[in-house]
Ligand binder design. Structure first.
Ligand SMILES: N[C@@H](CCC(=O)N[C@@H](CS)C(=O)NCC(=O)O)C(=O)O
Length: 206
């Protein structure tokens, strides 16, 4: 049985849980990170020297880094579905996973951490506003790229939708001013209809 280490409210753990749900992969999950600790213990660090969640174990094999895990699970259980069948189709969706990490996540992280995990009196609202504007710039690019598409890879849901999909939930759940971006909103609505997204991603922000 696949074992997943990580707390349910972690955006990176949610990618892996949602991916498992889409692929009908059974798993056992162990709470780790933040208030649960564990990820700073010698035992955990001997498996994952990065000390972060998520981490997966299959027998004595260990993998960490959420996108590597999503790619691995998609490759094993979702060839031709979550993992598109040709190298070009694969690359077309894989790029969105990298783009999420390098272009969107750093800005969304500022807004999320300031508004959800920082006491009101300690918030840097100037930083929130600057990051919110950068998020909008990125999402405007995404909106253009979603023109005529149901999902990031075209007509079907793939692993490429997963990182930006979990981020989209946070963006739409946060109390921030958002411009109307029709293609992003339609794509997000499609995600919210997916049972595994509802189960693993659409949780209260904590
Ligand atoms: N690049 C890593 C980042 C992992 C990461 O930063 N995880 C956070 C949770 S979202 C973490 O472990 N934070 C420390 C903690 O929860 O104690 C990945 O994608 O897996």
């Amino acid at each position: 049985m696949l074992r997943i280490w990580g707390r349910r409210n972690s955006i990176n753990v949610q990618k892996v849980l949602w991916c498992c749900g889409e692929l009908n992969v059974q798993f056992e999950r162990i709470d780790a990170g933040m208030e649960f600790g564990i990820n700073d213990t010698p035992d955990y660090l001997s498996k994952n020297p990065n000390g972060r969640v998520p981490m997966i174990e299959e027998g004595d094999w260990v993998l960490w880094e959420s996108h590597a895990i999503v790619r691995y699970l998609s490759g094993v259980h979702g060839l031709g579905t979550l993992w598109p069948g040709s190298p070009r189709a694969f690359a077309d969706v894989d790029k969105w996973m990298d783009w999420y990490h390098t272009s969107f996540e750093p800005d969304l992280r500022v807004v999320f951490w300031q508004l959800i995990r920082t006491p009101a009196q300690k918030r840097d609202m100037a930083a929130v506003e600057a990051a919110r504007l950068r998020c909008i710039k990125s999402l405007t690019l995404l909106d253009g790229q979603l023109t005529g598409k149901k999902f990031l890879g075209g007509t079907t849901f793939t692993m490429g939708d997963i990182p930006l999909g979990v981020a989209a939930y946070r963006w739409f759940a946060l109390n921030v001013e958002r411009p109307s971006l029709r293609n992003v909103e339609a794509w997000y609505r499609r995600l919210t209809e997916r049972p595994a997204y509802q189960q693993h991603v659409m949780l209260p922000l904590t």
